[in-house]
Design a protein around this ligand. Structure first.
Ligand code: 2PG
Ligand code: MG
Length: 432
């Protein structure tokens, strides 16, 4: 038998893609297998997320993580020593009990997710398996469905100093037949979009996740320019390559009122839902994330009623990778897909429970990275191992993004003939 007993857990401070401190955990088993993982960090966070523990004070804008590292060293490491890394559920139960709060605020969600993911990596390493295979369990020997990549072309919102109000202008490739081909097509669209911006004298670098900086006169111009980029790159917009938006409306909506700074317009709930539906009608949009604020389930249900036959309605800040919230949203018909972010939940087991709840409710599932990322590629393995419908890790530039796309490419290659890619079925109206 492989010995997966946890012998040692080491915590170190490393740096994320925004140059901010973050938590890395390294788990070593009795036989010397090592698993390592790094906590990511969001910028547009939901209020129901697991809480990142940050030190405050002067250093690094108050964002240092010495307390979270201390929690791993003095509390988590001793509590998990001797436990079985292969029993993820038991490890995560211990983490949750040790924290004792509803939102990981005592130990820090950044401490718990780094440890939880590192434990999974250690168990996989002890079995001499890639993480996706360890997570897939007995399913690993059959056909494996690769996730559809959802890739940002223009950044915005909290990732671009609110230069435009909407956050992510992304593409998906419903007609691609492999994960690799979806990346090929996206590379052409990304490059073409950059060329269009340069022609207009509007190319001003990239936003936090690598998407082109959104130098637009209004929010809708981003959608029009993206449609133009898809077509000029040689694709049929909506069929071969389509648009996916993350509105991230919690950033500009409160109490049922929505204010677009750039457009200098305010909307009430009904008007805003109608505006979003109008965009879905006018542009080749097949997915809309957080169209309404996290405190507006009524608005989410209104948008879902209006567009669900044409586009996915995705909950991110609205659901915060929480199984209970996902069940409630399904009952209220408030969305049709769930974003799944490990650090919103704080442990891998809770992340998987959220994904299972979404799937059981008939929702689509999108495993997602954060705007603050690192070279850690765990999410690529989660998306494949759990056979999520989509993978969202930002744009097609900057190595903290490309590391994940490239890892998924390697996995698809390793799967060979066992890899399946059925992009069209993910979106409403797509073929099975
Ligand atoms: C989101 C993510 C990724 P953040 O809103 O979906 O784009 O952003 O990590 O800042 O929450
Ligand atoms: Mg989002």
């Amino acid at each position: 038998m492989t010995d997966t007993t946890i012998r040692r857990i080491h915590a170190r401070r490393v740096w994320d893609s925004r140059g901010r401190p973050t938590v890395e955990a390294e788990v070593t088993t009795a036989r010397g297998a090592v698993g390592r993982a790094i906590a990511p960090a969001g910028a547009s966070t939901g209020s129901g997320e697991a809480v990142d523990r940050r030190d405050g004070g002067k250093a690094f804008g108050g964002l240092d993580v010495q307390h979270a590292l201390g929690a791993i060293r003095t509390e988590i490491a001793p509590a998990l020593a001797g436990m079985d890394a292969a029993d993820q559920a038991a490890v995560d139960r211990r983490l949750i009990a040790l924290d004792g709060t509803g939102n990981k605020s005592r130990l820090g969600g950044n401490a718990t997710i780094a440890v939880s993911m590192a434990v999974a990596h250690a168990a996989a390493a002890a079995h001499d398996m890639p993480l996706w295979r360890w997570l897939a369990g007995s399913a690993a020997d059959g056909p494996i469905v690769m996730p559809v990549p959802e890739i940002q072309i223009f950044g915005g919102g909290a990732h671009a100093d609110a230069r435009v109000d909407l956050q992510d202008f992304m593409v998906v490739c419903p007609a691609a037949t492999t994960f690799a081909q979806a990346l090929d097509w996206t590379a052409e669209v990304y490059r073409t979009a950059g060329a269009i911006m340069a022609e207009g004298g509007r190319r001003q670098g990239v936003a936090d996740e690598g998407g082109w900086w959104p130098a637009f006169a209004d929010n809708e111009e981003a959608m029009a320019t993206l449609t133009q980029a898809i077509e000029r790159a040689g694709f049929r917009a909506g069929e071969e390559v389509a648009i996916a938006l993350d509105v991230a409306a919690t950033q500009f909506g409160r109490d049922g009122a929505y204010r677009l700074r750039l457009d200098e317009r305010s909307y009430d709930r009904g008007e805003w839902a109608a505006r979003v539906a109008e965009w879905v009608g006018r542009y080749p949009i097949v997915s809309v994330e957080d169209p309404m604020a996290e405190d507006d389930p009524e608005g989410m249900a209104a948008v879902t009623a209006a567009i669900a036959d044409r586009a996915l309605v995705v909950g991110d800040d609205f659901l915060v990778t929480n199984a209970g919230r996902i069940q409630a949203a399904a009952a209220a018909k408030a969305c049709t897909a769930a974003l799944i972010k490990p650090n919103q939940a704080g442990t891998l087991t809770e992340t998987k429970a959220a994904l299972d709840a979404a799937r059981a409710a008939g929702m689509r599932t999108i495993v997602s990275a954060r705007s603050g990322e690192t070279e850690d590629v765990t999410v690529a393995h989660l998306a494949v191992g759990w056979q999520a419908d989509q993978l969202k890790v930002g744009s097609f530039a900057r190595s903290e993004r490309m590391a994940k796309w490239n890892e998924a490419l390697r996995i698809e290659e390793a799967l060979g003939e066992r890899a399946r890619f059925r992009a069209a079925r993910v979106f409403p109206g797509g073929r099975a």
